[in-house]
Write a protein that binds this ligand. Structure first.
Ligand SMILES: [Zn+2]
Length: 306
């Protein structure tokens, strides 16, 4: 698993200290000021589909996973970030063909979108406070027994820089009324290099766990994308991914600590060493990435046209 999540132990400690320092009135105020509130849907399938039917614009953010400073997983000389970036460009172009979609690509091989990066830099202290507040609210709800912590798949902890960027993207998406966020990744597992033939293959889709405010619509979109991808590609045979659609509470990308209003879908398009990702054939790989982008865009469109 090469998904970026959560926080280090030190940060958890810091959050608890912050928790103690933040008066309840402030966290209550902050929770209403920005981002999802537990027990209330922040996005609804019928609203998204209704707006689409009325010819209104739907705002989509495409996020190729990882970046140049932290490139994800690696197979031979193929870095995950490069697959994600190439796929991101194709997906952006496919979605842009639909006039009703207003699409933002978070980064290309030239770096992050300038407006998003400037926004994150300008608002870095606000974003840190947002993170801390949302964590303290969720931790308090857990302590009160109102929210249950759940975990299916363990994830590798991300660096502080990556954590800040991911929360920054959620914050940017919330303040820019993004409707849907698509995070693009390729998978891996510890120990695969010691296997004669790596055991695991296939795609999986991570979605916000049901207690999060953006969960329901995300699942409806995730199901459509799964339907399209599974027509051509194998679903993951990893025992923890056997459902293919996996609820997750810890991935920041899909709204850890209820930090994201938009529907969000994180797709692991396959294991990086799989032959169709063709480590030894760039043209074969590009064909596959275009196909994956096309199927994803079709799944998104079918959700809106349902
Ligand atoms: Zn990844």
């Amino acid at each position: 698993m090469k998904k970026y999540v959560l926080i280090s132990g030190g940060l958890i400690g810091a959050v608890f200290i912050l928790l103690a320092l933040i008066p309840p009135s402030i966290t209550r105020f902050a929770s209403h000021q920005v981002a999802s509130i537990f027990f209330i849907d922040s996005v609804k399938t019928e609203d998204l589909q209704g707006r689409y039917e009325q010819g209104k614009k739907i705002k989509i953010l495409v996020v190729p996973g990882h970046d140049q400073s932290s490139y994800g997983t690696l197979h031979e000389d193929v870095r995950e970030v490069d697959l994600n970036l190439e796929l991101g460009e194709y997906l952006f172009k496919e979605l842009e063909k639909n006039d009703q979609f207003e699409v933002t690509l978070a980064q290309t091989d030239k770096g992050y979108d300038k407006d998003i990066l400037d926004y994150m830099t300008r608002n870095s202290s606000l974003i840190s406070a947002f993170q801390a507040t949302k964590k303290s609210i969720m931790n308090r709800l857990i302590a009160e027994g109102l929210v249950k912590p759940k975990s299916v798949v363990d994830h590798i902890s991300a660096s502080n820089d990556v954590v800040s960027k991911l929360y920054g993207l959620n914050y940017w998406a919330n303040t820019n009324n993004i409707d849907l966020v698509l995070h693009l990744h390729f998978n891996d597992y510890p120990g695969c290099r010691n296997d004669v033939e790596p055991k695991y293959k296939g795609f999986s889709i991570y979605l916000p766990e049901e207690q999060y405010s953006n969960s329901k619509a995300s699942w409806d979109i995730g199901k459509q994308i799964k339907k399209k991808l599974s027509a051509e590609y194998k679903e993951s045979n990893h025992p923890l991914e056997k459902e293919t659609l996996i609820p997750d509470q810890e991935l920041i990308a899909i709204g850890a600590f209820n930090t994201l209003d938009a529907a969000s879908v994180l797709i692991e398009y396959g294991y990086i060493y799989e032959s169709h990702l063709g480590a030894n054939s760039k043209s074969g790989r590009s064909r596959t990435l275009k196909d994956l982008a096309w199927l994803t865009a079709e799944g998104v469109e079918e959700f809106f046209e349902d």
